[in-house]
Write a protein that binds this ligand. Structure first.
Ligand SMILES: NC(=O)c1ccc[n+]([C@@H]2O[C@H](COP(=O)([O-])OP(=O)(O)OC[C@H]3O[C@@H](n4cnc5c(N)ncnc54)[C@H](OP(=O)(O)O)[C@@H]3O)[C@@H](O)[C@H]2O)c1
Ligand SMILES: *[C@@H]1O[C@H](CO)[C@@H](O)[C@H](O)[C@H]1NC(C)=O
Ligand SMILES: *[C@@H]1O[C@H](CO)[C@@H](O)[C@H](O)[C@H]1NC(C)=O
Length: 316
């Protein structure tokens, strides 16, 4: 009895404080995007899709860059149902330890994209799956977006003002980049367990923040700016492979303790749309607010080193 009361009490408290503790601030910008082109990677589901829909509502031409043609097209139909015409580009940035498929796909997608004027580029970074094995998170979360950004950089400059938004995570706080290991193994660290994957995820998200730090320096004097961010804890497709009981429990927990996809897209939208944040290029955002990061996430030497090794891996 006491236990049930306790649980009910907790649920009640969670419900009352949810707007402040979980959901946080929303993007306040009213910016319209007519005549602009926005690429959203990983946009067939989750916060990428919610972001793409909001961007499309504001009049932009949106390119949904997804790894599965089928899932990408299904999402496209969803988006189209209420909105104007979209373009879809499918790509496969995954399952690729040695980089060749990754390079090929990024190159072909950038060729297609370069036909359009380009104003905003999103790196809604893709979460690699643990069972995809070694190197996936570095390749998908960092390297694919590194290459795509580089291939599109001249275009972004020509069409400026434009922005590069990279979805990192608060997980970057426990990340580190071991350059010796990266050099020899083309991965961030050794490991196969769930715990290792959590650590490697943090490493790859640190790469996102360092990448943005270095990119901002390289873009000084242009009208292209860049931002990294933590979107919050979001209930996306976390439970898609669990039993229906676990799914139900997670769903109700999710309703209280996690954001939904629309709430989870607000900080990304803020970084993409908010007027007057240009002087914060290279910085890290959370809850629609710029945040300080630890020294390791704004280390000039490390971010330069990561840039150089990434260029070498991509052959640029
Ligand atoms: N959810 C959270 O609480 C949270 C918290 C902090 C940061 N983030 C960050 O926010 C971003 C989006 O998260 P989300 O929760 O919206 O993710 P999601 O719902 O799982 O969707 C992620 C997207 O990544 C794609 N993807 C997954 N594995 C891939 C692979 N190996 N290769 C290529 N594409 C792959 C998915 O495509 P398929 O549908 O084809 O699998 C999908 O389009 C990620 O960068 C994540 O790190 C999320
Ligand atoms: C977001 O910021 C608002 C206003 O500063 C604050 O009240 C809220 O607690 C924050 N929420 C989160 C989830 O960080
Ligand atoms: C989920 O299950 C499907 C098949 O049912 C499988 O192909 C996929 O790899 C699984 N994904 C995860 C994250 O376990």
């Amino acid at each position: 009895m006491l236990f049930i009361l306790l649980v009910l009490g907790l649920i009640f408290l969670a419900y009352i404080f949810r707007p402040v503790l979980v959901i946080g601030k929303s993007c306040k910008s009213n910016a319209k995007l007519h005549g602009k082109t926005v690429i959203v990677t990983g946009s067939n589901t989750g916060i990428g899709k919610a972001t793409a829909i909001e961007i499309a509502k504001r009049g932009a031409r949106v390119i949904l860059a997804c790894r599965s043609k089928q899932r990408g097209e299904a999402a496209l139909q969803d988006v189209k149902r209420s909105l104007n015409i979209q373009y879809l580009i499918s790509t496969q940035l995954h399952h690729d330890a040695d980089g060749s498929v990754l390079l090929h796909c990024s190159r072909s997608i950038s060729r297609t994209i370069l036909k359009f004027p380009l104003n905003i580029f999103f790196g809604v970074v893709l979460l690699g799956r643990t069972e995809d094995g070694f190197g996936t998170m570095f390749g998908v979360n960092h390297l694919g977006h590194f290459l795509l950004t580089n291939l599109l950089l001249d275009r972004l400059k020509d069409c400026a003002p434009s922005r590069v938004v990279t979805v990192s995570s608060t997980a970057h706080n426990w990340g580190r980049v071991d350059f010796n290991y990266l050099n020899t193994h083309k991965d961030l660290r050794e490991g196969t367990s769930f715990w290792d994957s959590v650590m490697i995820y943090g490493d790859s998200k640190l790469c996102n923040v360092l990448f943005t730090h270095e990119l901002a320096k390289r873009l000084q004097g242009t009208k292209v700016t860049c931002y990294s961010l933590h979107p919050g804890g979001i209930y996306t497709e976390l439970a898609r492979n669990k039993s229906s009981f676990v799914q139900m429990v997670l769903k109700y927990m999710g309703m209280y303790f996690f954001k939904n996809a629309v709430q989870g897209s607000q900080t990304t939208l803020h970084c993409a749309l908010q007027e007057g944040i240009e002087h914060l290029s290279g910085r890290y955002f959370s809850n629609c607010t710029v945040r300080e990061v630890f020294k390791k996430a704004k280390d000039d030497a490390a971010s330069k080193k990561l840039w150089d090794i990434s260029e070498r891996f991509c052959g640029i």
